[in-house]
Ligand binder design. Sequence first.
Ligand SMILES: [Zn+2]
Ligand SMILES: [Zn+2]
Length: 240
Amino acid sequence: MVKVIKFFIEFLFPPACPLCDTPVSTHGELCAACWTSIDWISEPRCVKCGYPFPANLDLGYIPMCPTCASGNCELDWIRSACAYDDASRSAMLPFKHGGRVSYANFMSRAMIWALRDIDVDADIVMPVPLARRRLFHRAYNQATLLARPIARALNCPLDVDSVRRKYRPDMGHKNARERAENIHGVFEVVCPDKIRGRKILLVDDVMTTGATFSELRRTLIRAGATAVYGVTFCRVVRAI
Ligand SMILES: [Zn+2]
Ligand SMILES: [Zn+2]
């Protein structure tokens, strides 16, 4: 029965590439041309934060960016599937604000691929929480849609309710310092028993300045978490 319904849905709404509408075989998948238009992050990259280095750069045995080398990485490690640019943004915005939840398929798969060089030892997978007021308006937390298949792939429990986020007005185009101030004290651990002694993998759609990760890590470590990692679909890549 499910197969029949699926057949009719696919007949009425044939799967198309979310970015260009070219027919594809499965809903939520990118066509080959769009797949190659995205700036996927590969080696060499910073072993800690995943910052991509130019392909011809020989950094020695353990490549580390200046931020991580000076001990200022936001988390214990971070990986992102691709760079934040026009191509990734054209997938991100409809996914985040336009109800295109099926995009989570290719995005989460790319994020699992981004973790390939790491032996992930997380005890729980946690999407970066969304304030209730935002959840009410958007109807879903895009980070949870990405975190669910990642948790499944890692065979790790998903935690969506141990931490709550207070509502703050949109951060828009604020600079790094203003973002950090705006996010200060925004997270609250409501189930400390589930956090204490755990290694936590945070999941988000995008990393901009890292202020959200930093603040959430601070909150989780204070509640007794032993390590906090992060994976995002894309990240802003600034020149270093
Ligand atoms: Zn396409
Ligand atoms: Zn780094």
